[in-house]
Design a protein. Structure first.
Length: 727
């Protein structure tokens, strides 16, 4: 065959192949024989028909088309597979977040495909009716979020199972007696999944840690940490490395820094704080301006990037603040000693120093490494007393930390003046559209055995706001200093995207019931009305509900190298520079700032973006652990109030019941719908309410009700209430 004829034949085969797919895919559910295909392609000659028959056989053999019966062919349906992260609820159903879709994909429990909560999965979508929610099934687990779970041992004579305490974990884990690691029946453990054979109903695992007897305080606190993969002690080699560091102040190192030890400097922290990673300095200048320094512990000086200490700090990424303890990012030798800006000690610091006028305008700025000396350590309560008293000195009989002493007029003047400047900075922020979230924090008074004996609420006062404003100033100015440089340099930003409009509309629907209203005319009006709402609800029964729902309507702040600004603070540039003892991103910021001040080129963006992502993830885990520890302590507190009636606010409504938050102590529990006996209630999603079918009685979000404790479960961290009626 000549080359020309061969080329012509190949061209004809290609055209026939395209035609076959065109015909079959025009109606994927229909079968076609070669005559029907030939007719649609207008192939009438013998050679063309023979090539068509031959090509159909070849394509079927290669599984590119389907031969459904001899001589009849059909297109192979392409299955659409999408990748996303699965969220599994306590009912055993899942929702997969698919970035390409506007809606989540619903997965029923039989279609979970052995996926666990927060796994990355591939999902096959089912064909759906028009307007219905997308559904699908998990076809592959791409990546496990975690493979270790907290649970209770159920041991029999020849084997054991571990029942996970997380209600979203729908399967027990089989453990052979050899893999129990000394655990006993009914003990709480951490179990790691080794495998899940195809023919096994449950995964196989091994116990890696015995946590203790369920219900005991340390067992439950360690279990909370273990659930999120958070450590509660440092490896011995990390402790040894940290303890071997030279933490002395050396003249040679001091000579490389700006020496500010003669400038009046002090710290203001919670009265029970053990680490002080920020200090303020104050100096009045000729002409009426002020030099104000924000001095931050220079953690990066001690953290060698190639050390096991660095690796440990990066892996932890944050300190974890549980209800009864702090799990630090750094060993004690650094967090409470070398890096802590304790009074009357010289310390290495990284500083932002500003020249400001009496209107709190920044006229000049300087960033760099310093050595400082704190003259005094204040608790917030003491600084608050100075602010409220005004100019003068604290009387000698004022004692908050168990000692009485007189504070110099110089320091009193510094605190008083800086408070005035902070008020002006805050006012300006609010005018620019910042949102003021002063959510009440629930705290517990604990006895020596860590039992809760009382509840109190932590509120932000002027002394807290003084510190907050100057920390915000340092964070903003550092980010602005690097962010505006050309050419662009890689940097770590703390960003906050705009709020979810649908959630804000839903929030507006709820607050209208309490006589409030949001203004959606433009961003400035919206932010102003949000602030007005948060101010108006202070001290009212709906405060915590409105605060919580407003926060939920906001996007989550995160770390990234891609600066989009910070919506909540109304800043175009923002970072975290001020807490390197407890946050790894601040360590990165110190390093990058130091490098760029010394003329270094831009750092690798991909490397730092990966570190930012890890830091954001660890921050989220730490926050969840903190919430769980508070929930645990609330339940422990309520166990001693079983026979007491409480007034609460309905804080959530679902198809299985209502959540009620007690007004006097903020403890939240559930009233199950099956336990409300005076009517048959159904969930009205639009009204956020349970509605009685016979009498029409309504229990709606924000309603006040009377409740009593019905059941408390420390192990599952769940509180059930009995509903007495409306308050």
């Amino acid at each position: 065959m000549s080359k020309r004829k061969k080329r012509a034949k190949n061209h004809l085969i290609n055209e026939i192949t395209k035609g076959i797919f065109s015909v079959l895919e025009s109606d994927p559910k229909k079968n076609f024989n070669y005559k029907q295909i030939a007719g649609k392609l207008q192939i009438g000659d013998t050679e063309g028909r023979n090539l068509l028959i031959k090509r159909l056989g070849q394509l079927a053999q290669k599984n590119r088309i389907k031969e459904v019966s001899p001589g009849k062919y059909q297109a192979i349906h392409k299955v659409e597979v999408l990748t996303g992260q699965i969220d599994i609820n306590s009912q055993g159903n899942g929702y997969v977040v698919i970035p390409e879709l506007e809606k989540d994909v619903f997965i029923t429990s039989p279609n979970l495909g052995r996926a666990f909560h927060k796994d990355t999965v591939e999902v096959q979508l089912f064909q759906k009716k028009k307007g219905s929610k997308p559904e699908g099934k998990v076809v592959r687990v791409v990546e496990r979020r975690k493979n270790a779970f907290v649970g209770i041992v159920d041991q029999s004579k020849s084997f054991a199972f571990v029942r996970p305490t997380d209600s979203r974990m729908y399967t027990d884990i089989f453990v052979s007696l050899d893999d129990l690691n000394g655990a006993k029946d009914k003990e709480k453990v951490l179990v790691e999944i080794k495998s899940w054979p195809e023919d096994a109903d449950s995964p196989y695992g091994k116990v890696t840690q015995v946590l203790g007897v369920p219900g005991e305080h340390n067992t439950e606190i360690h279990a909370i940490l273990a659930e999120y993969g958070l450590p509660y002690e440092f490896p011995a080699e990390v402790e040894h490395y940290a303890n071997s560091l030279d933490t002395r102040i050396h003249p040679n190192e001091v000579s490389k820094r700006r020496d500010m030890r003669d400038t009046l400097t002090f710290t203001i922290d919670p009265k029970d704080a053990k680490d002080f990673d920020d200090a303020l300095s104050f100096r009045e200048l000729d002409g009426g301006d002020y030099e104000i320094g924000i001095h931050i512990a220079d953690v990066s000086h001690y953290l060698n990037e190639d050390s096991i200490l660095e690796e440990e700090a990066y892996n932890r990424a944050t300190s974890v603040y549980l209800v009864d303890r702090v799990v630090p990012m750094l060993p004690e030798i650094l967090s409470n000693n070398a890096c802590s800006l304790r009074p009357h000690e010289d310390k290495y610091t990284f500083s932002a120093v500003f020249i400001m006028d009496d209107q709190a305008r920044v006229k000049d700025q300087w960033f760099g490494r310093t050595v400082t000396h704190s003259n005094e350590r204040f608790a917030y309560e003491e600084a608050q007393h100075v602010i409220e008293t005004g100019r003068g000195s604290i009387p000698a009989d004022i004692s908050i930390r168990g000692k009485a002493y007189q504070i110099s007029g110089e320091i009193v003047n510094a605190i008083y003046t800086m408070d005035q400047l902070a008020r002006k900075m805050r006012k300006l922020r609010m005018q620019h559209g910042a949102i003021s979230f002063d959510k009440v924090e629930v705290k517990f008074n604990l006895d020596e055995e860590n039992n809760p004996v009382g509840v109190f609420f932590k509120e932000s006062k002027d002394a807290n706001k003084l510190i907050e404003e100057f920390m915000l100033l340092a964070n903003r100015k550092v980010a602005e200093f690097i962010g505006k440089q050309q050419p662009k340099k890689t940097f770590v930003y703390r960003v906050h995207d705009e709020p979810d409009e649908d959630k804000l509309i839903a929030l507006n629907g709820i607050v209208k019931r309490f006589g409030h209203q949001l203004n959606f005319k433009n961003k400035k009006n919206l932010n102003h009305s949000l602030n007005q709402l948060l101010e108006d609800v202070k001290g009212r029964k709906e405060q915590n509900l409105v605060d919580t729902l407003a926060i939920r309507s906001m996007s989550k702040a995160s770390y990234t190298t891609d600066n989009i600004g910070h919506y909540g603070l109304a800043f175009d540039y923002y970072t975290h520079f001020t807490s390197p003892i407890r946050r790894y991103p601040d360590v990165m910021v110190h390093r990058l700032l130091h490098q760029y001040l010394n003329g270094a080129k831009s750092a690798p963006e991909t490397l730092y973006e990966d570190k930012c992502k890890h830091s954001s993830e660890m921050e989220a885990l730490a926050a969840q652990a903190e919430r769980d520890s508070i929930k645990y302590m609330q339940i422990k507190f309520m166990q001693d109030h079983q026979d007491q009636e409480f007034t609460g606010v309905i804080s959530g409504v679902t198809e299985w019941g209502i959540y009620v938050e007690i007004i006097e102590n903020k403890c939240e529990g559930m009233v199950r719908i099956r336990d409300i006996k005076d009517d048959y209630y159904t969930f009205d999603e639009k009204q956020y309410a349970l509605v009685g079918e016979r009498r029409g009685k309504v229990y709606q979000l924000g309603d006040e009700v009377r409740v009593m404790v019905k059941n408390s479960d420390l192990i599952k961290r769940h509180l059930d209430f009995s509903l007495i009626g409306k308050a």
